[in-house]
Design a protein around this ligand. Sequence first.
Ligand SMILES: [Zn+2]
Length: 291
Amino acid sequence: MDAPRDPRTAWALPALGALPRTAELEPLVTRVLAPNASGMTLDGTNTYVVGAPGSGQAVLVDPGPDDPGHLAAVQGALSARDARCVAVLVTHHHGDHAEAARPWGAHFGAEVAAGSADVAGPRGRVLDHGDRLRLAGTTIGVVATPGHTGDHLAFRLESGAVLVGDHVLGRGTSVVTYPEGDVVAYLESLRRVHDLGPSALYCGHGPELTEDPGAVLDFYLAHRAFREHQLLTALAEGPATVDELVARIYADVPRALWVPAAMSTRATLAKLRAEDRVEGDTEADGEVRLA
Ligand SMILES: [Zn+2]
């Protein structure tokens, strides 16, 4: 099995660090990039301002870090749309997406809505798959996308674009966290978003994917299958610890990314163990072997 080819390598996407601070992606959506670039957050967190033009209202999706400069930029995007913020939606509980949700909800007098009560807060709203939110002159569909985290949601817009949080990234692939993440759920969630036939994917990090979103989702599915194949091939040569497996499989990846790589590896091993294909110590530092 060869490594699957990322279709985005042939697309003219902006280089890492070259995303504009604010960009209008379509009449419904303005993206504001937070100033929190890092190895894990790529260019930084994307905050989306969503609303029908002329409605005078907008929803924020993934406010991101509670940073005054970022708040000022978001306020600028709201003013440019002549809109006030009426709700704050959050894709998942990680701080780079959710930290500002409750403080900014209070600041704007807007309801916070998310997939978990921890993020929504005592006065917020917990969302379910299939909810249709009539907000800011438009309808936003709630799509459960567990995998990266247990509470992960995506939001489908009337235009057909889907705001995917960390389910799909604008560059590279996403991490299934461990122990919270779930590879089986993640694969189902990828298929679920694929089935929506999205016209565009607006990611939690990195550029918008508009050219062929289905091809990116196919690549993500093939990438997971390839990682699983690599693990099984490595274990066919004998038992190994997770660290040894990561050093072998991620040899071409910068060492700074070996921590999330180990998480993804443990999450994949948990799937293989549930399928009775591997056994041993997938949780700690002991050896794993083929079953
Ligand atoms: Zn993130």
